[in-house]
Design a protein around this ligand. Structure first.
Ligand SMILES: *Cc1c(COP(=O)(O)O)cnc(C)c1O
Length: 398
């Protein structure tokens, strides 16, 4: 029998049965336009209101602080471009972010640089953590926004968001966080944690693709990214995706239901995976071991090419991801791995396995033995590994 193990939950997740069931009536029965004034429309309107309230509750926010978007990328774009546009009117044209953000943040910042904004990219240390002091030192009179991700999508490291938020508050600078990977894996309370704006995405938490949220704290004015109708209290046009919104509310409730228990359970499985993989010679764990998402394992295997790893694992029924150049269609390996100070050779052989609570110990052991076998086979064919074992070249695994 062919086996299939999905270990790429950081890329996307399966829509779970309760989420799907919650959505289904909104395709063929409750299909009204929430702006219509007859009953079908009014019902859709109150469905959205209900979903918005439930989502707000999961985040410690208020209903009127939740804005639906087409996903995490749009939420990031809106928070950053909107804030930049608005505060540039007050002469604030400086933004602070980190070098290892998701491209939805980095490419938005690069776009703004071309428009005459200045961006400071703070570094991360070799464990994949931002130092709040670097943020503090980078803040200037003309700083409009600090945007730092809650947890990194490749190496899973969890950033000191509360500390950064309190620095921003003290200095009177707005703070946005891309929490797409963190939601459901870390307890989030936007009010307690002092977060001004937060992005999340449905398809990373078992809802469908193409739906997300931007939380905007009450009182913060962010001009529209999408102009048109009066939806989302005039701030984001477009007929609401009712089924997706209902699914997102359900998925978020499930994801935030029992986070401590989930962390304990998944961390145990993840550690089994990490420890098993690190028995392969010349491997390293990328990112801090403790301050990381419970389901994230990211290792580098020296002498192996990421693309070869992924295709060989796929042939064994395992879906995983890599930060190597070939797998991303770029010339350089992932900017995240390079930001840790890894050399290209070590970054190319990276493997990200992102698991959830449904994985069994037996499946983890299967992954470990599959990676071992693939690594041995790959190294036998690798001229690089040949040069390493014969002592001609070597690479630091830091
Ligand atoms: C997936 C992801 C995004 C993009 O979300 P989409 O809904 O796919 O647009 C943004 N940031 C992070 C950290 C992500 O992991």
């Amino acid at each position: 029998m062919e086996r299939r193990i999905y270990a790429d939950n950081a890329a996307t997740t399966r829509v779970t049965e309760p989420v799907l069931q919650a959505m289904l009536p909104y395709f063929t029965e409750q299909y009204g336009n929430p702006s219509s004034i007859y009953k079908l429309g009014r019902d859709a309107h109150s469905t959205i209101k209900d979903a918005r309230q439930r989502i707000a509750k999961c985040l410690g926010a208020e209903e009127n602080e939740i804005y639906f978007t087409s996903g995490g990328s749009e939420a990031d774009n809106w928070a950053i471009k909107g804030t930049a546009l608005r505060l540039s009117e007050k002469g604030k044209k400086h933004i602070i972010t980190s070098v290892f953000e998701h491209h939805a943040v980095l490419h938005t910042c690069e776009f703004l640089e071309k428009q005459g904004y200045e961006v400071t990219y703070v570094p991360v240390d070799e464990k994949g953590l931002v130092n709040p002091l670097d943020i503090e030192n980078a803040i200037r009179e003309d700083t409009a926004l600090v945007t730092i991700m809650y947890a990194n999508n490749e190496i899973g490291t969890i950033q000191p968001v509360e500390e950064i938020a309190s620095i921003c508050k003290e200095k009177g600078v707005l703070f946005h966080t891309d929490a797409v990977q963190a939601v459901g894996n870390v307890e989030i309370d936007v009010k307690k944690q002092g977060i001004d704006m937060l992005s999340l995405s449905g398809h990373k938490i078992h809802a469908q693709k193409g739906i997300g949220v931007l939380y905007i704290r009450k009182g913060i004015l962010v001009p529209n990214l999408v102009h048109g109708g009066a939806q989302e209290r005039n701030r984001r046009a477009g007929t609401e995706n009712v089924p997706a919104i209902v699914g997102l509310a359900k998925a978020l409730e499930i994801a935030t239901e029992n986070i401590p228990e989930k962390i304990e359970k998944v961390t145990e499985k993840r550690n089994r995976l990490i420890d098993g993989l690190l028995t392969i010679p010349r491997t390293r764990l990328n990112g801090d071991r403790d301050k990381r998402l419970c389901g994230n394992c990211n290792i580098s295997i020296l002498g192996i090419e990421g693309e070869f790893l992924l295709l060989s694992l796929d042939a064994k029924g395992i879906a995983a991801s890599s930060g190597s150049a070939c797998t991303s269609g770029e010339l350089d390996p992932s900017h995240v791995l390079l930001s840790l100070g890894l050399c290209h050779e070590v970054a190319h052989g990276s493997l990200r396995l992102s698991i959830d609570e449904t994985i069994t110990d037996e499946e983890i052991d299967y992954i470990i033995s599959a990676v071992k076998e693939v690594a041995e086979r790959g190294r036998m064919m690798s001229p690089l590994w040949d040069s390493i074992t014969s002592g001609k070249v070597d690479f630091e695994m830091i």
